[in-house]
Design a protein around this ligand. Structure first.
Ligand code: NAG
Length: 237
């Protein structure tokens, strides 16, 4: 039918047309309608698949931030916890080597951050430079001892008996006090060292600052512990 019409109409010249070989009007209308229908169907299919893809993608995205997904990947979990700190890179670098066997629990990360701080400040004592005789250095040695004992007490405080709650308001407050006190001890040491100018002292200052960063990270995790547990879909121990 289509081709018959075409053949019949072929050669009929429409004077309004520039091209004498153009198919007749009624055929072109029909063809346009077919093209329009085809386009409509095609676009519907394309749009439908785009919407499906978008829905799928957003579903995948929301899955990624779901607690179960977060908890299944230790490195991702640690990144999430470290993201609340002021020094996320040093947070990650200090905790991840201690995280063995791999865990993804914010309490464990807090504990490891505390232990990393303790290890770091304890190693400072043995690294006191050859200028040990200097009064500022001597003071630093004592301040490191104080800081280590404050962090040690903090580490003991979170070793609770079975069924006992770790993060009571009282314990959180004590932990905040002790970790802050340890940071202040290192501040005092740095103030004393400020007047000493050798290269060895400058390097030593950097080590003291590194310890301070670890403490700052520990404090930040502690200050955000409730919201971190919520994010992981876990209840505060
Ligand atoms: C904290 O971590 C240290 C070092 O891994 C471990 O010895 C200690 O038992 C942990 N404390 C708690 C309360 O899990």
């Amino acid at each position: 039918m289509e081709s018959l019409n075409f053949v019949k109409g072929y050669g009929k010249v429409n004077p309004a047309e520039d091209n004498p070989n153009s198919p007749p009007n009624h055929y072109r209308r029909r063809r346009r309608r077919i093209i329009a229908i085809f386009l409509a169907v095609f676009l519907t299919v394309v749009i439908a698949s785009l919407i499906t893809a978008l829905i799928h993608e957003s579903a995948t995205e929301s899955e990624e931030s779901e607690p179960s997904q977060l908890a299944s990947n230790s490195a991702e979990s640690l990144k999430t916890v470290c993201s609340v700190t002021r020094y996320p890179d040093s947070c990650f670098a200090s905790i991840s080597p201690l995280n063995s066997p791999p865990s993804n629990n914010p309490f464990r990360f807090f504990n490891l951050s505390l232990h990393a701080s303790l290890l770091e400040v304890s190693s400072l004592k043995s690294q006191l430079t050859e200028q040990k005789g200097d009064p500022a250095m001597k003071d630093c040695g004592e301040l490191f001892d104080d800081a280590a004992s404050e962090l040690g007490r903090s580490a003991e405080l979170i070793c609770v008996g079975p069924g006992e709650k770790v993060f009571t308001e009282m314990r959180i407050s004590d932990l905040q006090t002790w970790v802050s006190a340890a940071m202040t001890d290192l501040d005092t040491c740095l103030e004393g060292l400020a007047e000493m100018g050798s290269t060895a002292v400058s390097e030593f200052k950097l080590k003291v600052q590194k310890s301070q960063e670890y403490m700052s990270n520990t404090l930040a995790i502690l200050n955000n512990i409730q919201s971190l547990f919520q994010k992981f879909g876990l209840t505060l121990p």
